[in-house]
Design a protein around this ligand. Structure first.
Ligand code: MG
Ligand code: MG
Ligand code: MG
Length: 306
């Protein structure tokens, strides 16, 4: 039987990796399909911490898919964020919690999308619906994904459903949600080994709206000031990225995961960001109090200006 490949978005975050592994487990246990989880890029330190904690191996790297390859997407739907060759692949399933854009198929598919804080919250429902037991490891992976995507259940993307699911998973996984979650998030804030070019690509997504190409990246930290020590080099890396990818505007969120604020650096078309967030950029920067979510507090505002 041919293998069906499951993967999340490029520049994988914890939800993308965990949800690929979790859907693999679910499909195999339910006997639906012969599937295998993959990743489209390097595992982050945060994700590595969670995988090590629950003693689960990272999925293999996938560079491209061949025409007709059967695939399932988690945690994304936009083709520009997916694997190369996705346009000609056969998409069987999508399980996602993002806006739907630049997505089309030639055949019917199973598409499950909910406006919740994390893909794993939706997958939890699929276990319940199909009456499949959630193992300790799988609970740990799903919990990690939820805590990552919702910044310990504090992000504006977090819904009552995410909280309810996280509380149940906490029991199955046998960890303390707050303590485990903070350690996991902190593991991801160690930026010491990253070059500026790597730093802007840790969690970076491309968008295109009305002919404007923009990139929105995010790094988590416990000290915005620390990250800004390399502001010049970071801006140079952003500029190089824009030049080589024909990007009109690049927004970098430097997010303080303890205080839940972000410092925004914007290069290219500053007027869009200034209008979107009602700010005046100074040295390409503005402080956005209470802003931690690209999905809810950055992208929709930019989209409405565009
Ligand atoms: Mg994601
Ligand atoms: Mg997600
Ligand atoms: Mg994210």
């Amino acid at each position: 039987m041919e293998e069906i490949k499951i993967f999340g978005h490029r520049n994988p975050d914890t939800d993308t990796i965990m949800s690929s592994l979790v859907l693999e487990d679910l499909e195999n246990k339910a006997g639906f399909n012969k599937v295998k989880a993959y990743r489209l890029g390097k595992i982050s330190k945060e994700t590595e911490y969670a995988l090590n904690y629950f003693k689960v191996e990272a999925p293999e790297l996938l560079e491209e898919v061949q025409p007709g390859q059967k695939v399932m997407l988690v945690d994304h739907n936009e083709f520009s964020q997916s694997v190369s060759g996705i346009e000609k692949a056969k998409i069987l399933r999508v399980v996602d919690h993002h806006k739907i854009a630049e997505f089309q198929t030639s055949e019917p598919l199973f598409y499950l999308s909910m406006p919740v804080g994390c893909t794993s919250t939706i997958l939890y429902d699929m276990y319940k619906t199909n009456n499949i037991e959630i193992s300790e490891k799988i609970a740990g992976l799903m919990l990690s994904a939820i805590l990552s995507d919702t910044l310990l259940l504090k992000s504006p993307t977090c819904t009552p459903k995410d909280i309810e699911v996280a509380n149940d998973l906490e029991k199955i996984a046998g960890v303390n949600l707050n303590e485990y979650g903070l350690n996991m998030l902190k593991a991801g804030t160690d930026l010491s080994e990253f070059t500026p070019n790597e730093l802007i690509n840790i969690d970076s997504k491309p968008y295109t709206t009305n002919g404007i190409k923009y990139q929105a990246a995010q790094v988590n930290t416990v000290s915005i000031e620390d990250v800004l020590k390399d502001k010049e080099e970071i801006e140079k890396a952003m500029k190089d990225f824009m030049d080589s990818n024909n990007v009109d505007s690049f927004l970098l969120m430097i997010t303080d995961i303890i205080e839940n604020n972000s410092q925004l650096i914007v290069l290219g078309k500053p007027e869009i960001a200034e209008k979107a967030f009602n700010i005046k950029l100074k040295d390409n920067m503005a402080f956005l109090p209470g802003v931690v979510s690209r999905k809810k507090q950055i992208v929709p505002q930019i989209e409405s200006v565009l």
